[in-house]
Ligand binder design. Structure first.
Ligand SMILES: Nc1ncnc2c1ncn2[C@@H]1O[C@H](COP(=O)(O)OP(=O)(O)O)[C@@H](O)[C@H]1O
Ligand SMILES: [Mg+2]
Length: 353
């Protein structure tokens, strides 16, 4: 009888590697079962590159020991080598910044909590800046749920050059994209916490061939945890964009995000209020579903610029799922216009620095 996926996983989980086993460390990228033939694609952190042949042989042997498996083919893809990122593990080390020397402005998009539209704002801000003729990259560093690979470039795979540097994927509007979701298995990102995860992040920041960029928009993980702080300290930020929704709970979290940047002495460009109201497509009436004016009031209270409101727009959801965010798919829609206005204010603030 053909083995099942969970049988394969339990076999692979008997193979130990530093930090756990093949399954728990997220190294299993794909499993294909065809009768008694099993093909397994593994990704291997550069730190384990020397053990790759051994891992392959051990995995094949373990699989073949199962009576249901006659043929086992294991491939191991080594992630980019760490040489280029060594020495940047400490946040104080400036060599990190030199690696993204071609980038004029690093613009993180942050939110105190998830689900407020941070990724939507990041993608559309990047596209809107590109529409203004700027050279833009988008880095998805959201370890808890990278989504830009789906929003911007479904089906694409990044390629590494001979030195293990990653070439960004070309997204819509000429925006260059790199996402954790492109280099780690989509269903297992959380497992990449700890040293393995930081390594992947360092590669994302240090080993991507961005080329010359006016702006690198960074989709940060939500919240104000260690990963966010470390990332922000490693990047030379030009100014953060904080995303909130009008609800009080979200506004409290937006304050936390602002305080985090202030504590780190990192500049903040301002607050964007997302899902600000729903405009009825039939009668044109706008209903402030989540309250009104909260983002603006909070920005005034906190003495930071208010960068604008983005309405609730069903076109955003469609765009977000189709690989063509609303600024690209429906540039005349109210939401796209709001993002273009946001990009104007962001570009103005950045150029004034
Ligand atoms: N202004 C908006 N109007 C309608 N849907 C939106 C809007 N902003 C975000 N969404 C939808 O809300 C969900 C969460 O947005 P997302 O950008 O993934 O949030 P986050 O990155 O903060 O978790 C997505 O399905 C997205 O399409
Ligand atoms: Mg997101």
């Amino acid at each position: 009888m053909a083995p099942t996926r969970s049988e394969i996983d339990s076999i692979l989980s008997t193979i130990e590697v530093p930090g756990g086993n093949l399954v728990s460390t997220g190294m299993v990228r794909e499993v294909e079962i065809e009768g008694s033939t099993v093909r397994v694609a593994l990704v291997c952190p550069a730190a384990l590159a020397a053990s790759a042949p051994n891992i392959k042989a051990t995995a094949e042997r373990a699989l073949l020991a199962d009576p249901g498996i006659d043929t086992a083919e294991v491939t191991v893809r080594v992630m980019p080598p760490p040489q280029q990122v060594q020495g940047v593990a400490s946040p104080q080390d400036d060599s990190w910044n030199n690696r993204i020397r071609g980038v004029r402005h690093v613009v993180p998009v942050a939110s105190g909590k998830g689900g407020v539209g941070k990724s939507t704002v990041a993608a559309n801000l990047a596209l809107a800046l590109a529409r203004k003729g700027r050279k833009v990259g988008l880095l998805d560093a959201d370890i808890y749920g990278p989504s830009q690979q789906l929003m911007m470039a479904p089906g694409e795979q990044p390629m590494a050059n001979d030195q293990g540097k990653l070439r960004p994927v070309e997204g819509p509007g000429g925006v260059k994209l790199m996402s954790l979701g492109l280099i780690i298995p989509a269903d297992q990102p959380v497992i990449w916490r700890g040293p393995l995860l930081m390594k992947a992040m360092e590669q994302l920041v240090g080993d991507v061939l961005w080329g010359e960029l006016d702006e690198l928009v960074v989709d940060l993980p939500p919240g104000t945890g260690d990963v966010v702080i470390t990332l922000c300290q490693k990047l030379d930020l030009a100014g953060a964009v904080i995303v909130t929704t009008p609800q009080d709970v979200a506004l409290i979290d937006a304050r936390k995000a602002l305080h985090m940047f202030q504590k780190m002495d990192e500049p903040v460009l301002g607050i964007v209020e997302n899902m600000a109201g729903f405009t009825c497509p039939k009668c044109g009436h706008t209903e402030p579903i989540f309250g009104e004016g909260g983002g603006k009031r909070t920005a005034e209270e906190l003495k930071i610029p208010f960068l604008g409101s983005v309405p609730i727009d069903p076109a955003i959801v469609v765009g977000g799922d189709s690989g063509r965010p609303v600024v690209e798919a429906r540039p005349d829609s109210p939401a796209a216009k709001a993002f273009l206005g946001l990009a104007d204010r962001v570009a103005l603030a950045l150029d004034a620095r």
